[in-house]
Design a protein around this ligand. Structure first.
Ligand code: PGA
Length: 250
């Protein structure tokens, strides 16, 4: 089963529209010849439309950082999957640890968001991963299993096959301390084993699993050399177009 590498940049709460446009103009040029991987940028909501217009005819796809599950109504500040789709969004990050930590995201809300995204043809990038304390307590596998099984419950195999999973150990996010390729590979193998239990081997080997947490140009090659690592979700290092393009080209 060949899984096309996917490199996604999560800008978090960074870049005004002006900054976002100059960035994607640069990035477009740096990566225009790259066709053997999928490239995604996830700007903040305010810059989505403008970035979408700028990359429309490029090999860069547009991703959002969150979505709300309701279709419409009195949900002040929320943005629906249909609204994202309308402006050209193709991917949406769901369940990022910062959403879990600062905005009360739970496996239950992740599940609702994933379903809403899939119903609207968006590809969810679902983030899972243990905290430092959970790793020290040897709870890593339990946490991953709970997040995966509860966050992604009640999906059909066809729906599941359209997802991307990002393994992001919380202790590696924004800390400069990435998981070693071996640690990441071990977690990815475990995730595939769980998917095989939930569905079957074919589904497990078809799903793309990204690694995220302090990914930098100097570590990406080693990560991507691992059989079960299919790409990266990049935060800090995706904010600079040159650095991000170095990661994309690994
Ligand atoms: P980082 O963030 O690359 O800055 O560690 C990754 C993420 O939060 O997705």
């Amino acid at each position: 089963m060949t899984r096309k590498p996917l490199i996604a940049g999560n800008w978090k709460m960074n870049k005004t529209i002006g900054e976002a446009i100059s960035y994607v103009k640069e990035l477009r040029e740096f990566v225009e010849d790259i066709h053997n991987r999928e490239i995604v940028v996830c700007p903040p909501f305010t810059a989505l439309s403008a970035v979408g217009a700028e990359i429309k005819t490029s090999n860069i796809a547009l991703g959002a950082q969150d979505v709300y599950w309701e279709k419409k109504g009195s949900f002040t500040s929320a943005v629906s999957a249909e609204m994202l789709k309308e402006i050209g969004v193709k991917y949406v990050i769901i369940g990022h640890s910062e959403r879990r930590q600062f905005f009360d995201e739970t496996n239950e809300t992740v599940n609702k968001k994933v379903k809403a995204a899939l119903e609207n043809g968006l590809t969810p990038i679902v983030c899972i991963g243990e905290s430092e304390e959970e790793r020290e307590d040897e709870e890593t596998e339990n946490v991953i299993e709970e997040q995966l099984k509860n966050g992604l419950m009640d999906l059909t195999k066809e729906q599941f096959l359209r997802l991307v999973i990002a393994y992001e150990p919380v202790w590696a996010i924004g800390t400069g301390k990435n998981a070693t390729p071996e640690e990441a590979e071990e977690a990815h193998i475990f995730i595939r084993k769980l998917i095989a239990e939930m569905f079957d081997e074919e589904t497990a080997s078809s799903i793309r699993i990204l690694y995220g947490g302090s990914v930098k140009p100097d570590i990406i090659k080693e990560l991507m050399a691992k059989e079960n690592i299919d790409g990266a979700l990049v935060g800090g290092a995706s904010l600079d177009a040159r650095q991000f393009s170095d990661i994309i080209k690994f």
